[in-house]
Design a protein around this ligand. Structure first.
Ligand SMILES: Nc1ncnc2c1ncn2[C@@H]1O[C@H](COP(=O)(O)OP(=O)(O)OP(=O)(O)O)[C@@H](O)[C@H]1O
Ligand SMILES: [Mg+2]
Length: 363
């Protein structure tokens, strides 16, 4: 096991800068997930950590060792790729053994490691099959097994589940979480799937355009997103964003006017808040159809999801908003409803996209 430290890591491809001064500490045994849209630099970053790509600036440390220019084989890590390739002419057992034999691990040690990892990943009965005789999920497990048998200090995963169907993705996700619990190894996992990130990570690193937008636990990211980008990237359905105007403050709390003219006394500190370009951000579970609510909208669609019902509204001015419909309330399409806001969970975003959170002290 080992921790990982990135210090001002930069990556340029020719003149194009794709990673900018990225710094991060990953503690030993953590499961850190890099989450961000396509092209934000996740694979580039992982490949630099693995030593498959040169860094253009900064340092990478594994444990206490500076590995910035160390070859991949000397970094004590194993990587599972986005497009993993098993050797098709070799059995599962041989696929697992291959890398170990190459670095001179003795045969009886190899046999032992293969047995252990096969048991852990439920590959015992498949060891003599060729990859062509396996399902996609089983092949994926072999690819993970190849990393496990190396007993690395750090596991690097680059979207290892993206080629699986939804059900298998869910199962393999659980298996990975259990693997992490069992091995206690440091894991760095890259994905653009926020559900994967939320369920696996001890901490999530949200990336945007080659830079870190926020690093936090899944619960913190969800409840206190640092920026509008993070807020919109986490949670399904996503947070609703309503353009608002500043009105007179109320005992230190910012008061805003919503489309339609009603005002909302937020629990966001008025002090230091911009007076223009504000957006009120609230998640669907904190917006509820209620007779006296300040927001008003037209019902465009009602979604029954079993455990809850959501209504898709259009507010005056055209802003879309997804809200919770309380049990026992039925809504007519095209009707107009009022919506209440749980101000304890409502954020204000300024023009730069920075979040100003509700504060308990401002109740
Ligand atoms: N070898 C290369 N030469 C030039 N540009 C590259 C190279 N590899 C990646 N890039 C560019 O660097 C940026 C980051 O790419 P990267 O593959 O790291 O993104 P990513 O976050 O992994 O995206 P995805 O989710 O699509 O896998 C992209 O704009 C990409 O076009
Ligand atoms: Mg990638």
């Amino acid at each position: 096991m080992a921790g990982l430290k990135l210090e001002n890591v930069c990556k340029r491809y020719g003149a194009v800068q794709v990673i900018e001064n990225l710094s991060l500490d990953v503690a030993e045994g953590e499961f850190v997930v890099f989450l961000g849209p396509s092209g934000c630099g996740k694979t580039s970053l992982l490949r630099m950590v693995a030593g498959l790509e040169e860094v253009s600036g900064g340092r990478i440390l594994i444990g206490d060792r500076d590995v910035t220019v160390a070859p991949p084989g000397q970094r004590n890590l194993a990587m599972v790729f986005q497009h993993y390739a098993l050797y098709p002419h070799m059995s599962v057992r041989e696929n697992l053994a291959f890398g170990l034999r190459n670095i001179g691990i003795p045969a009886d040690e190899i046999t032992k490691r293969i047995q252990e990892s096969a048991r852990m990943l439920e590959l015992d009965t498949l060891l003599d099959r060729k990859p062509g005789q396996l399902s996609g999920g089983q092949r994926q497990r072999v690819a993970i097994g190849r990393a496990v048998v190396k007993e690395p200090g750090i596991f690097l995963f680059d979207e290892p589940l993206s080629n699986l169907d939804a059900a298998l993705r869910g199962r393999t996700r659980l298996e990975l979480a259990q693997l992490h619990q069992r091995l206690g190894a440091t894991m760095v996992f890259v994905t653009h799937d926020q559900i994967e990130a939320m369920t696996l990570a001890t901490r999530i690193v949200v990336m945007k355009g080659g830079a870190i937008e926020q690093v936090a636990t899944p619960a913190e990211l969800y409840r206190r997103p640092a920026t509008k980008f993070v807020a919109s990237f986490i949670g399904t359905p996503g947070m609703g964003f309503v353009p608002v105007e500043r009105a007179a403050d109320d005992r230190g709390r910012a008061v805003v006017t919503v489309p339609g003219g009603a005002s909302v006394v937020t629990r966001v500190a008025a002090d230091g808040l911009a007076s223009q370009g504000l957006v009120l951000g609230v998640r669907p579970e904190n917006l509820r159809v209620a007779e006296q609510g300040p927001l008003r909208g037209r019902v465009e669609l009602v979604e029954f999801l079993g455990e809850r019902t959501l209504a898709h509204l259009k507010l005056e001015g055209g802003t879309p908003l997804i809200v919770t419909v309380p049990a026992g309330v039925s809504l007519r399409l095209g009707s107009h409803v009022a919506v209440s806001v749980d101000v304890a969970e409502a954020h204000l975003f300024d023009e730069a996209g920075l979040a100003h959170h509700a504060q308990e002290a401002l109740q």
